[in-house]
Design a protein around this ligand. Structure first.
Ligand code: URA
Length: 210
C-alpha cells in the first residue's frame, strides 16, 4: 500500500476503547461478523502494562458480552493469581471479536477462526493495542499470536522468550487455556506446568518493568 493510502486508512482508526466497543458491533469485515452474534470488546485499564489476548469469545462470553468469563477464563485467572499477576491491571481482549460456532441442538460448538478471519479482525486488536500501548502482550494460542503478528506462529516454538513487536512491546506466546481444559490426567498436569512457567516469566518481566 502506498504511504498516502496507508495514512488515509490510519486516519480511520478509532480513537478510544469506547469507539472500538461500539464499532465492532456493526463490523462485517469477515463472515463471523455476519452471524448475528454480539461482538465482545476488550476490558481493563486503558493504560495497562500487560495486554492478554485470547482467540475469540466463547458461548458464555457472547451471552454476557465480556471476555474470558467462562471456563477458560476461570482457569486463566487461577493461573494468573498463582504467579502474582493482578488480572484487574491487565487489559484482556481477543484476536477475533465475534463468536464462531456451529449449532448442535441447543448447544453452540466453538469453531476456530480461519487465518483470513483473524487477519480481518487485526484492525480492531491492533487499534486496541495502539490505544492501550502495553509494554507486554501475552498471546494465548496460535490465533492470538497470529492476531498480533499478522502471520502464522507456532506456539511451541515461540513460547518461553519474547518476540519484538514493531513499537518495542514484547510479545509472549503461550497455549490457550481451552486447550488445557481438553487434556486429561498427566497430560493436563504437564501442560498446566508449562503454562504456569510461561506466565511466571511474564510476571517476572512485569516486575522488572516496575
Ligand atoms: N476463549 C478466548 O479465547 N477468549 C474468551 O474470551 C473466552 C474463551
Amino acid at each position: 500500500m502506498a504511504d498516502r493510502d496507508k495514512a488515509v486508512v490510519e486516519a480511520e482508526r478509532p480513537g478510544s476503547l469506547e469507539e472500538i466497543a461500539a464499532q465492532i458491533q456493526s463490523c462485517r469485515r469477515c463472515p463471523i461478523g455476519c452471524n448475528g452474534t454480539r461482538a465482545v470488546a476488550g476490558e481493563g485499564p486503558e493504560r495497562a502494562r500487560l495486554m492478554i489476548v485470547g482467540e475469540q469469545p466463547g458461548d458464555v462470553e457472547e451471552r454476557l458480552g465480556r471476555p474470558f468469563v467462562g471456563p477458560a477464563g476461570r482457569l486463566l485467572r487461577s493461573h494468573l493469581e498463582d504467579v502474582g499477576i493482578d488480572e484487574g491491571r491487565a487489559y484482556v481482549t481477543n484476536a477475533v471479536k465475534h463468536f464462531k460456532f456451529v449449532p448442535r441442538g441447543k448447544r453452540r460448538l466453538h469453531q476456530s477462526p480461519t487465518a483470513g478471519e483473524i487477519d480481518a479482525c487485526r484492525w480492531w486488536v491492533e487499534s486496541e493495542r495502539r490505544i492501550v500501548r502495553p509494554r507486554l502482550v501475552l498471546a494465548l494460542g496460535a490465533s492470538a499470536a497470529r492476531g498480533m503478528l499478522g502471520k502464522a506462529v507456532g506456539v511451541q516454538k515461540a513460547r518461553g522468550a519474547p518476540l519484538a513487536l514493531e513499537d518495542g512491546a514484547e510479545l509472549w506466546v503461550s497455549t490457550h487455556p481451552s486447550y488445557l481444559l481438553r487434556l486429561r490426567d498427566e497430560g493436563r498436569a504437564l501442560e498446566e506446568e508449562r503454562f504456569a512457567a510461561d506466565l511466571c516469566k511474564v510476571a517476572g518481566r512485569l516486575a522488572e518493568l516496575g
